[in-house]
Design a protein around this ligand. Structure first.
Ligand code: FES
Ligand code: FES
Length: 172
């Protein structure tokens, strides 16, 4: 099938945003989801595709510092905003403290839910560095784990919180 470039451009919007601290500029279809933009156009496949209805949290990212389900977010809505995916948190040889805590406390089994769990935890600890177990469970209520690893996930969040506090103390 021949692609009509004129038609394609007329149906496109120019999206300018920052993803994982790098400027991005792409023509996208106005109905494209942020999840598809991140995975297909930018290759950030750590943003997982799950239910596609906003319920499981596998596709969680942050937009201007707040968590969002990228499957139900239009890519066009992040115009001039900052998006962070799991790839933007740490590197394999220098993990973000929350990623380290999840590894140390075995806060995953298959890890499909982990990117979303980790990003939701980062947001929780930035707002509440000493959450109770109840607050942790409430903050992660939008992230489902099919492997039922909730006990170890809560332990991992507690461990991450302790690391955050220790770092703050050492900076006083
Ligand atoms: S894939 Fe987005 S919430 Fe499930
Ligand atoms: S560790 Fe498998 S879905 Fe959570």
């Amino acid at each position: 099938m021949e692609v009509d470039m004129q038609e394609l451009l007329e149906d496109s919007v120019l999206l300018q945003c920052r993803v994982n601290d790098k400027p991005r500029e792409e023509f996208i279809h106005p109905t494209k989801s942020l999840l598809d933009f991140l995975r297909e156009d930018l290759g950030f496949t750590g943003t997982h595709m799950g239910c596609m209805t906003g319920h499981c949290g596998a596709c969680t990212v942050t937009i201007d510092g707040h968590i969002a389900k990228s499957c139900i977010t239009l890519a066009a809505s992040v115009q001039r905003k900052k998006v962070v995916t799991i790839e933007g948190l740490g590197e394999p040889d220098s993990l973000h403290p929350v990623q380290s805590a999840f590894c140390e406390e075995a806060g995953f089994q298959c890890a499909y839910c982990s990117p979303g769990m980790v990003l939701s935890t980062v947001e929780l600890l930035s707002e509440n560095p000493e959450p109770t177990d109840e607050e942790i469970r409430e903050a992660l209520a939008g992230n489902l784990c099919r492997c039922t690893g909730y006990q170890s996930i809560v332990r991992a969040v507690r461990a991450a919180a302790a690391q955050y506090l220790a770092k703050q103390e050492s900076q006083k």
